[in-house]
Design a protein. Structure first.
Lengths: 132, 345
Protein backbone atom coordinates (compact mmCIF):
# COMPACT_ATOMS: atom_id res chain seq x y z
CA UNK A 1 0.00 0.00 0.00
CA UNK A 2 1.36 3.41 -1.00
CA UNK A 3 0.83 6.79 0.67
CA UNK A 4 -0.26 5.20 3.93
CA UNK A 5 0.35 8.47 5.75
CA UNK A 6 -2.58 10.19 4.07
CA UNK A 7 -4.85 7.33 3.03
CA UNK A 8 -5.22 5.66 6.44
CA UNK A 9 -6.13 8.91 8.30
CA UNK A 10 -8.48 9.71 5.40
CA UNK A 11 -10.24 6.37 5.74
CA UNK A 12 -10.47 6.74 9.52
CA UNK A 13 -12.01 10.18 9.03
CA UNK A 14 -14.49 8.76 6.52
CA UNK A 15 -15.58 5.92 8.82
CA UNK A 16 -16.00 8.36 11.71
CA UNK A 17 -18.02 10.68 9.47
CA UNK A 18 -20.38 7.89 8.40
CA UNK A 19 -20.78 6.50 11.90
CA UNK A 20 -21.23 10.00 13.36
CA UNK A 21 -24.65 9.37 15.01
CA UNK A 22 -23.30 6.21 16.68
CA UNK A 23 -20.40 7.75 18.60
CA UNK A 24 -21.75 11.30 18.89
CA UNK A 25 -24.40 10.34 21.44
CA UNK A 26 -22.36 7.55 22.97
CA UNK A 27 -24.92 4.76 22.37
CA UNK A 28 -27.41 6.51 24.65
CA UNK A 29 -30.88 6.74 23.16
CA UNK A 30 -32.02 9.54 25.47
CA UNK A 31 -35.56 10.09 26.67
CA UNK A 32 -38.67 9.42 24.64
CA UNK A 33 -41.24 12.23 24.59
CA UNK A 34 -44.26 11.83 26.86
CA UNK A 35 -46.94 14.23 25.64
CA UNK A 36 -49.32 15.10 28.43
CA UNK A 37 -52.94 14.04 27.89
CA UNK A 38 -55.56 16.79 28.23
CA UNK A 39 -55.56 17.94 31.89
CA UNK A 40 -59.38 18.09 31.78
CA UNK A 41 -59.57 14.37 31.01
CA UNK A 42 -61.15 14.89 27.58
CA UNK A 43 -61.05 11.69 25.52
CA UNK A 44 -62.58 12.79 22.24
CA UNK A 45 -60.78 14.68 19.47
CA UNK A 46 -61.70 15.78 15.95
CA UNK A 47 -60.04 12.64 14.58
CA UNK A 48 -58.74 9.35 16.07
CA UNK A 49 -55.40 9.52 17.89
CA UNK A 50 -53.53 7.52 15.19
CA UNK A 51 -54.63 9.93 12.52
CA UNK A 52 -53.81 12.96 14.63
CA UNK A 53 -50.33 11.66 15.44
CA UNK A 54 -49.40 11.41 11.78
CA UNK A 55 -51.54 14.11 10.19
CA UNK A 56 -52.29 16.90 12.69
CA UNK A 57 -49.95 19.30 10.90
CA UNK A 58 -51.77 18.83 7.62
CA UNK A 59 -55.15 19.21 9.28
CA UNK A 60 -54.07 22.46 10.93
CA UNK A 61 -52.68 23.72 7.66
CA UNK A 62 -55.99 22.93 5.97
CA UNK A 63 -57.91 24.77 8.69
CA UNK A 64 -55.56 27.73 8.33
CA UNK A 65 -56.24 27.84 4.58
CA UNK A 66 -59.99 27.42 5.11
CA UNK A 67 -60.28 30.21 7.63
CA UNK A 68 -57.69 32.75 6.53
CA UNK A 69 -57.67 32.30 2.76
CA UNK A 70 -61.20 31.13 1.97
CA UNK A 71 -63.06 32.73 4.87
CA UNK A 72 -64.67 29.40 5.65
CA UNK A 73 -65.29 29.47 9.40
CA UNK A 74 -67.74 26.57 9.35
CA UNK A 75 -67.89 24.98 12.79
CA UNK A 76 -67.21 21.24 12.80
CA UNK A 77 -69.54 19.03 14.79
CA UNK A 78 -68.18 15.64 15.80
CA UNK A 79 -70.19 13.33 18.05
CA UNK A 80 -72.28 16.25 19.21
CA UNK A 81 -69.30 18.36 20.19
CA UNK A 82 -68.62 21.59 18.35
CA UNK A 83 -65.14 22.53 17.17
CA UNK A 84 -64.46 25.92 15.62
CA UNK A 85 -61.51 25.67 13.20
CA UNK A 86 -58.63 27.10 15.17
CA UNK A 87 -55.59 26.11 17.13
CA UNK A 88 -56.47 28.21 20.16
CA UNK A 89 -60.23 27.82 19.80
CA UNK A 90 -60.32 24.04 19.34
CA UNK A 91 -57.04 22.19 20.03
CA UNK A 92 -55.83 24.20 23.00
CA UNK A 93 -59.18 24.07 24.75
CA UNK A 94 -58.23 20.54 25.80
CA UNK A 95 -54.48 20.36 25.13
CA UNK A 96 -54.01 23.50 27.13
CA UNK A 97 -50.34 23.20 27.96
CA UNK A 98 -48.18 23.65 24.89
CA UNK A 99 -44.98 23.13 26.87
CA UNK A 100 -46.09 19.70 28.02
CA UNK A 101 -48.00 18.58 24.95
CA UNK A 102 -46.88 20.13 21.63
CA UNK A 103 -43.31 20.81 22.61
CA UNK A 104 -42.51 17.35 23.95
CA UNK A 105 -42.64 15.69 20.52
CA UNK A 106 -41.62 18.75 18.52
CA UNK A 107 -38.41 19.06 20.51
CA UNK A 108 -37.70 15.34 20.17
CA UNK A 109 -38.14 15.44 16.39
CA UNK A 110 -36.48 18.88 16.05
CA UNK A 111 -39.58 20.35 14.45
CA UNK A 112 -40.08 24.07 14.79
CA UNK A 113 -43.60 24.89 13.60
CA UNK A 114 -44.34 28.53 12.99
CA UNK A 115 -47.80 28.34 14.63
CA UNK A 116 -46.49 30.30 17.59
CA UNK A 117 -45.27 33.18 15.47
CA UNK A 118 -48.89 34.39 15.65
CA UNK A 119 -50.74 32.15 18.10
CA UNK A 120 -50.51 32.40 21.86
CA UNK A 121 -50.65 29.57 24.33
CA UNK A 122 -53.27 29.83 27.10
CA UNK A 123 -50.42 30.60 29.52
CA UNK A 124 -49.25 33.51 27.40
CA UNK A 125 -52.81 34.78 27.03
CA UNK A 126 -53.23 34.74 30.81
CA UNK A 127 -49.94 36.56 31.44
CA UNK A 128 -50.75 39.23 28.83
CA UNK A 129 -54.18 39.81 30.37
CA UNK A 130 -52.58 40.15 33.78
CA UNK A 131 -50.12 42.84 32.65
CA UNK A 132 -52.61 44.93 30.65
CA UNK B 1 -33.85 0.36 -23.46
CA UNK B 2 -31.02 0.82 -20.99
CA UNK B 3 -33.01 3.37 -19.02
CA UNK B 4 -36.15 1.22 -19.22
CA UNK B 5 -34.31 -1.69 -17.59
CA UNK B 6 -32.92 0.57 -14.88
CA UNK B 7 -36.38 1.93 -14.22
CA UNK B 8 -37.86 -1.56 -14.03
CA UNK B 9 -35.09 -2.67 -11.67
CA UNK B 10 -35.87 0.17 -9.26
CA UNK B 11 -39.59 -0.51 -9.60
CA UNK B 12 -38.98 -4.16 -8.74
CA UNK B 13 -37.09 -3.08 -5.60
CA UNK B 14 -40.00 -0.84 -4.61
CA UNK B 15 -42.57 -3.61 -5.10
CA UNK B 16 -40.35 -6.08 -3.25
CA UNK B 17 -40.06 -3.81 -0.21
CA UNK B 18 -43.71 -2.81 -0.37
CA UNK B 19 -45.06 -6.36 -0.41
CA UNK B 20 -42.32 -7.68 1.88
CA UNK B 21 -42.94 -5.13 4.60
CA UNK B 22 -46.63 -6.10 4.69
CA UNK B 23 -45.85 -9.65 5.81
CA UNK B 24 -46.15 -9.79 9.63
CA UNK B 25 -42.74 -10.00 11.28
CA UNK B 26 -40.86 -8.85 8.19
CA UNK B 27 -40.71 -5.26 9.50
CA UNK B 28 -37.60 -6.18 11.45
CA UNK B 29 -36.00 -7.52 8.28
CA UNK B 30 -36.64 -4.32 6.30
CA UNK B 31 -36.26 -1.88 9.17
CA UNK B 32 -33.35 -3.40 11.09
CA UNK B 33 -31.51 -6.34 9.49
CA UNK B 34 -31.20 -5.00 5.94
CA UNK B 35 -30.10 -1.48 7.01
CA UNK B 36 -27.44 -2.94 9.33
CA UNK B 37 -26.18 -5.27 6.62
CA UNK B 38 -26.19 -2.44 4.10
CA UNK B 39 -24.17 -0.02 6.20
CA UNK B 40 -21.61 -2.74 6.96
CA UNK B 41 -21.25 -3.63 3.28
CA UNK B 42 -20.99 0.07 2.47
CA UNK B 43 -18.22 0.76 4.98
CA UNK B 44 -16.37 -2.50 4.34
CA UNK B 45 -16.67 -2.17 0.57
CA UNK B 46 -15.60 1.47 0.61
CA UNK B 47 -12.49 0.77 2.69
CA UNK B 48 -11.71 -2.30 0.56
CA UNK B 49 -11.91 -0.33 -2.69
CA UNK B 50 -9.75 2.52 -1.39
CA UNK B 51 -7.13 0.13 -0.01
CA UNK B 52 -7.18 -1.79 -3.30
CA UNK B 53 -6.51 1.43 -5.18
CA UNK B 54 -3.82 2.42 -2.69
CA UNK B 55 -2.02 -0.83 -3.44
CA UNK B 56 -1.72 0.01 -7.12
CA UNK B 57 1.62 1.65 -7.85
CA UNK B 58 1.77 4.88 -9.83
CA UNK B 59 4.59 4.17 -12.30
CA UNK B 60 4.83 7.66 -13.75
CA UNK B 61 4.30 11.21 -12.61
CA UNK B 62 1.07 11.92 -14.46
CA UNK B 63 -0.66 15.08 -13.14
CA UNK B 64 -2.92 16.70 -15.70
CA UNK B 65 -1.49 20.11 -16.44
CA UNK B 66 -3.95 22.68 -17.68
CA UNK B 67 -1.88 25.84 -17.38
CA UNK B 68 1.59 27.34 -17.51
CA UNK B 69 4.06 25.19 -15.62
CA UNK B 70 6.78 26.59 -13.35
CA UNK B 71 9.51 27.97 -15.55
CA UNK B 72 11.72 31.05 -15.61
CA UNK B 73 11.05 33.75 -13.03
CA UNK B 74 9.47 36.21 -15.48
CA UNK B 75 6.97 33.61 -16.75
CA UNK B 76 3.94 33.49 -14.51
CA UNK B 77 3.10 30.02 -13.27
CA UNK B 78 -0.54 28.91 -13.17
CA UNK B 79 -0.41 27.62 -9.62
CA UNK B 80 -3.83 25.98 -9.56
CA UNK B 81 -3.69 24.31 -12.93
CA UNK B 82 -0.06 23.28 -12.84
CA UNK B 83 0.83 22.90 -9.17
CA UNK B 84 4.38 22.18 -8.11
CA UNK B 85 3.99 22.30 -4.33
CA UNK B 86 1.82 20.23 -1.99
CA UNK B 87 -0.04 23.35 -0.86
CA UNK B 88 -0.96 24.10 -4.48
CA UNK B 89 -2.09 20.51 -5.00
CA UNK B 90 -4.27 20.78 -1.89
CA UNK B 91 -5.81 24.01 -3.20
CA UNK B 92 -6.47 22.39 -6.56
CA UNK B 93 -8.03 19.30 -4.95
CA UNK B 94 -10.15 21.46 -2.66
CA UNK B 95 -11.65 23.36 -5.57
CA UNK B 96 -12.12 20.14 -7.52
CA UNK B 97 -14.02 18.52 -4.65
CA UNK B 98 -16.06 21.49 -3.52
CA UNK B 99 -16.58 23.40 -6.78
CA UNK B 100 -16.18 20.68 -9.46
CA UNK B 101 -13.63 22.81 -11.26
CA UNK B 102 -12.86 20.27 -13.97
CA UNK B 103 -16.52 20.16 -15.02
CA UNK B 104 -16.47 23.93 -15.30
CA UNK B 105 -13.97 23.58 -18.11
CA UNK B 106 -16.23 21.30 -20.13
CA UNK B 107 -16.52 22.24 -23.80
CA UNK B 108 -18.63 20.98 -26.63
CA UNK B 109 -17.51 20.75 -30.24
CA UNK B 110 -19.77 20.90 -33.28
CA UNK B 111 -19.18 20.48 -36.99
CA UNK B 112 -20.84 23.08 -39.17
CA UNK B 113 -21.02 23.44 -42.95
CA UNK B 114 -17.72 24.07 -44.50
CA UNK B 115 -16.76 21.75 -42.86
CA UNK B 116 -15.90 23.92 -39.94
CA UNK B 117 -15.47 22.84 -36.33
CA UNK B 118 -16.43 25.08 -33.43
CA UNK B 119 -15.77 24.74 -29.74
CA UNK B 120 -17.83 26.39 -27.09
CA UNK B 121 -18.02 26.30 -23.33
CA UNK B 122 -20.68 23.98 -21.94
CA UNK B 123 -21.37 24.47 -18.28
CA UNK B 124 -24.61 22.49 -17.96
CA UNK B 125 -23.00 19.39 -16.48
CA UNK B 126 -21.18 21.55 -13.94
CA UNK B 127 -24.38 23.35 -12.95
CA UNK B 128 -26.50 20.18 -12.71
CA UNK B 129 -23.82 18.35 -10.77
CA UNK B 130 -23.50 21.24 -8.35
CA UNK B 131 -27.26 21.38 -7.71
CA UNK B 132 -27.43 17.62 -7.31
CA UNK B 133 -24.44 17.04 -5.05
CA UNK B 134 -25.03 19.94 -2.67
CA UNK B 135 -28.74 19.15 -2.31
CA UNK B 136 -27.89 15.53 -1.62
CA UNK B 137 -25.32 16.58 0.99
CA UNK B 138 -27.85 18.78 2.80
CA UNK B 139 -30.48 16.02 2.62
CA UNK B 140 -28.08 13.50 4.16
CA UNK B 141 -26.94 15.87 6.92
CA UNK B 142 -30.42 16.98 7.90
CA UNK B 143 -31.51 13.34 8.19
CA UNK B 144 -29.24 13.24 11.24
CA UNK B 145 -32.06 14.88 13.21
CA UNK B 146 -33.79 11.48 13.04
CA UNK B 147 -30.76 9.68 14.50
CA UNK B 148 -29.71 12.07 17.26
CA UNK B 149 -31.47 12.69 20.54
CA UNK B 150 -31.17 15.45 21.63
CA UNK B 151 -30.74 17.15 18.28
CA UNK B 152 -27.72 19.49 18.28
CA UNK B 153 -28.36 23.19 17.79
CA UNK B 154 -26.42 23.48 14.48
CA UNK B 155 -28.56 20.72 12.98
CA UNK B 156 -31.73 22.57 13.91
CA UNK B 157 -30.24 25.65 12.32
CA UNK B 158 -29.51 23.76 9.10
CA UNK B 159 -33.07 22.42 9.09
CA UNK B 160 -34.38 25.93 9.59
CA UNK B 161 -32.24 27.30 6.74
CA UNK B 162 -33.45 24.51 4.47
CA UNK B 163 -37.16 24.95 5.22
CA UNK B 164 -38.51 27.85 7.24
CA UNK B 165 -35.93 30.49 6.42
CA UNK B 166 -36.34 30.59 2.65
CA UNK B 167 -39.58 28.82 1.86
CA UNK B 168 -42.58 28.59 4.10
CA UNK B 169 -44.70 26.20 2.13
CA UNK B 170 -47.16 23.70 3.55
CA UNK B 171 -47.02 21.68 6.70
CA UNK B 172 -44.77 19.80 7.26
CA UNK B 173 -42.60 22.54 5.81
CA UNK B 174 -41.26 21.97 2.32
CA UNK B 175 -37.48 21.61 2.09
CA UNK B 176 -35.54 23.48 -0.60
CA UNK B 177 -33.06 20.60 -0.70
CA UNK B 178 -35.84 18.11 -1.59
CA UNK B 179 -36.60 20.15 -4.67
CA UNK B 180 -32.89 20.56 -5.43
CA UNK B 181 -32.23 16.84 -5.24
CA UNK B 182 -35.12 15.86 -7.50
CA UNK B 183 -34.33 18.69 -9.90
CA UNK B 184 -30.66 17.67 -9.99
CA UNK B 185 -31.48 14.02 -10.75
CA UNK B 186 -33.99 14.96 -13.43
CA UNK B 187 -31.55 17.37 -15.09
CA UNK B 188 -28.69 14.88 -15.04
CA UNK B 189 -30.98 12.21 -16.46
CA UNK B 190 -32.30 14.61 -19.08
CA UNK B 191 -28.74 15.40 -20.11
CA UNK B 192 -28.10 11.73 -20.80
CA UNK B 193 -31.19 11.55 -22.98
CA UNK B 194 -30.88 14.84 -24.84
CA UNK B 195 -27.16 15.01 -25.54
CA UNK B 196 -26.60 12.48 -28.35
CA UNK B 197 -22.97 11.76 -27.62
CA UNK B 198 -23.60 11.27 -23.91
CA UNK B 199 -26.64 9.14 -24.68
CA UNK B 200 -24.51 6.93 -26.93
CA UNK B 201 -21.97 6.22 -24.20
CA UNK B 202 -24.50 5.90 -21.34
CA UNK B 203 -24.77 2.44 -19.86
CA UNK B 204 -27.21 0.60 -17.64
CA UNK B 205 -25.02 1.43 -14.66
CA UNK B 206 -25.23 5.14 -15.50
CA UNK B 207 -29.02 5.14 -15.49
CA UNK B 208 -29.56 2.80 -12.54
CA UNK B 209 -28.14 5.07 -9.81
CA UNK B 210 -30.09 8.00 -11.22
CA UNK B 211 -33.35 6.06 -11.01
CA UNK B 212 -32.43 4.71 -7.60
CA UNK B 213 -31.72 8.17 -6.20
CA UNK B 214 -34.87 9.49 -7.84
CA UNK B 215 -36.73 6.65 -6.12
CA UNK B 216 -35.18 7.52 -2.77
CA UNK B 217 -35.98 11.22 -3.10
CA UNK B 218 -39.53 10.65 -4.30
CA UNK B 219 -40.40 8.06 -1.64
CA UNK B 220 -38.94 10.38 0.98
CA UNK B 221 -41.00 13.29 -0.25
CA UNK B 222 -44.14 11.17 -0.59
CA UNK B 223 -43.66 10.02 2.99
CA UNK B 224 -43.21 13.55 4.29
CA UNK B 225 -45.85 15.37 2.31
CA UNK B 226 -48.42 12.91 0.93
CA UNK B 227 -48.69 9.31 2.13
CA UNK B 228 -48.74 10.07 5.83
CA UNK B 229 -50.76 7.06 7.00
CA UNK B 230 -48.97 5.62 10.03
CA UNK B 231 -46.02 7.94 9.45
CA UNK B 232 -45.59 8.98 13.05
CA UNK B 233 -42.22 10.67 13.25
CA UNK B 234 -41.84 9.67 16.92
CA UNK B 235 -42.10 5.93 16.18
CA UNK B 236 -39.73 6.33 13.23
CA UNK B 237 -37.20 8.29 15.23
CA UNK B 238 -37.42 5.75 18.03
CA UNK B 239 -36.44 3.05 15.52
CA UNK B 240 -33.64 5.10 13.92
CA UNK B 241 -32.14 6.23 17.24
CA UNK B 242 -32.41 2.57 18.24
CA UNK B 243 -30.46 1.57 15.14
CA UNK B 244 -27.52 3.83 15.96
CA UNK B 245 -27.55 2.94 19.66
CA UNK B 246 -27.65 -0.76 18.75
CA UNK B 247 -31.00 -1.43 20.40
CA UNK B 248 -33.62 -1.03 17.66
CA UNK B 249 -37.33 -1.43 18.38
CA UNK B 250 -40.39 -1.01 16.21
CA UNK B 251 -42.98 -0.03 18.77
CA UNK B 252 -45.92 0.67 16.44
CA UNK B 253 -47.05 0.12 12.89
CA UNK B 254 -45.10 2.22 10.36
CA UNK B 255 -46.46 2.83 6.86
CA UNK B 256 -45.03 0.81 3.95
CA UNK B 257 -43.63 3.92 2.27
CA UNK B 258 -41.09 4.13 5.10
CA UNK B 259 -39.85 0.58 4.49
CA UNK B 260 -39.68 1.22 0.74
CA UNK B 261 -37.61 4.35 1.36
CA UNK B 262 -35.27 2.53 3.75
CA UNK B 263 -34.93 -0.44 1.39
CA UNK B 264 -33.96 1.82 -1.51
CA UNK B 265 -31.40 3.61 0.67
CA UNK B 266 -30.01 0.22 1.74
CA UNK B 267 -29.75 -0.78 -1.91
CA UNK B 268 -27.86 2.42 -2.66
CA UNK B 269 -25.46 1.75 0.22
CA UNK B 270 -24.77 -1.79 -0.96
CA UNK B 271 -24.44 -0.74 -4.59
CA UNK B 272 -22.21 2.22 -3.78
CA UNK B 273 -18.75 0.67 -3.23
CA UNK B 274 -18.99 -1.52 -6.32
CA UNK B 275 -20.10 1.10 -8.81
CA UNK B 276 -19.25 4.42 -10.42
CA UNK B 277 -20.55 6.08 -7.26
CA UNK B 278 -17.13 5.33 -5.76
CA UNK B 279 -15.98 8.56 -7.40
CA UNK B 280 -16.68 9.88 -3.89
CA UNK B 281 -13.54 8.11 -2.69
CA UNK B 282 -11.89 7.98 -6.09
CA UNK B 283 -11.61 11.73 -6.50
CA UNK B 284 -9.04 11.72 -3.69
CA UNK B 285 -7.16 8.79 -5.21
CA UNK B 286 -6.81 10.12 -8.74
CA UNK B 287 -3.09 10.47 -9.61
CA UNK B 288 -3.85 12.94 -12.38
CA UNK B 289 -5.24 15.30 -9.71
CA UNK B 290 -3.34 14.56 -6.54
CA UNK B 291 0.23 14.71 -7.86
CA UNK B 292 2.36 17.82 -8.19
CA UNK B 293 3.91 18.60 -11.55
CA UNK B 294 7.45 18.55 -10.19
CA UNK B 295 8.97 15.64 -12.08
CA UNK B 296 11.88 17.83 -13.23
CA UNK B 297 12.70 18.92 -9.69
CA UNK B 298 12.12 15.58 -7.98
CA UNK B 299 12.72 12.23 -9.56
CA UNK B 300 9.60 10.05 -9.56
CA UNK B 301 10.70 6.49 -8.93
CA UNK B 302 8.53 3.80 -10.41
CA UNK B 303 7.67 1.39 -7.60
CA UNK B 304 7.70 -1.41 -10.14
CA UNK B 305 11.41 -0.96 -10.79
CA UNK B 306 13.45 -4.12 -10.21
CA UNK B 307 16.25 -3.06 -7.83
CA UNK B 308 18.60 -5.61 -9.41
CA UNK B 309 18.46 -3.77 -12.73
CA UNK B 310 21.09 -1.04 -12.54
CA UNK B 311 21.16 2.13 -14.64
CA UNK B 312 22.87 1.53 -17.99
CA UNK B 313 24.63 4.55 -19.44
CA UNK B 314 25.41 5.01 -23.15
CA UNK B 315 29.10 4.71 -22.44
CA UNK B 316 28.47 1.36 -20.75
CA UNK B 317 26.26 0.28 -23.65
CA UNK B 318 28.98 1.12 -26.17
CA UNK B 319 31.56 -0.72 -24.07
CA UNK B 320 29.35 -3.79 -24.19
CA UNK B 321 28.57 -3.75 -27.89
CA UNK B 322 31.51 -1.81 -29.46
CA UNK B 323 32.82 -4.71 -31.51
CA UNK B 324 29.41 -5.44 -33.05
CA UNK B 325 28.78 -1.77 -33.70
CA UNK B 326 32.06 -1.36 -35.51
CA UNK B 327 31.32 -4.54 -37.43
CA UNK B 328 27.95 -3.16 -38.55
CA UNK B 329 29.47 0.19 -39.49
CA UNK B 330 27.72 2.16 -36.68
CA UNK B 331 29.79 5.18 -35.59
CA UNK B 332 31.19 4.86 -32.07
CA UNK B 333 32.50 7.52 -29.70
CA UNK B 334 35.52 5.51 -28.66
CA UNK B 335 37.26 3.43 -31.30
CA UNK B 336 38.26 -0.18 -30.77
CA UNK B 337 41.72 -0.54 -29.24
CA UNK B 338 44.34 -1.53 -31.82
CA UNK B 339 44.64 -5.30 -31.94
CA UNK B 340 48.09 -6.12 -30.56
CA UNK B 341 48.40 -9.77 -31.68
CA UNK B 342 47.63 -8.96 -35.38
CA UNK B 343 50.57 -6.49 -35.52
CA UNK B 344 52.87 -9.05 -33.99
CA UNK B 345 51.76 -11.81 -36.33
Amino acid sequence: MYNKGTIIPGLIFFVLFVTFPVWFQGLKAGDMPKPELPPGGEKQCVMPADYMRANHMQLLNEWRDNVLRDGNREILEINGKKYPKGLQMACMECHSRKEKFCDSCHTYAAVDPYCWDCHLTPNEVASKEATH
Amino acid sequence: MKYAYSFLAVLALVVFAWLGSKIPGMQYLFGVAIPYLAIMIFLGGFVYRVVYWAKSPVPFSIPTTCGQGKSLDFIKQDKLDCPTKTSEVVARMFLEIFAFRSLFRNTKSEIHEGPKITYESSKWLWLFALIFHYSFLVVVIRHMRLFLNPVPEWLQFLDFMDAGAVLQIGSPLFYASSAGLVLGVVLLFGRRLVNRQVRYISLLNDYFPLFLIFGIASTGMLMRYVLRDNIDIITIKELLVGLVTLSPVISAKIGSIFYIHVFLVSTLLVYFPFSKLMHMGGVFMSPTRNMANDSRAKRHINPWNDPTIKPHSYAGYEDEFREFMVDAGIPVEKELPPKADEEQG
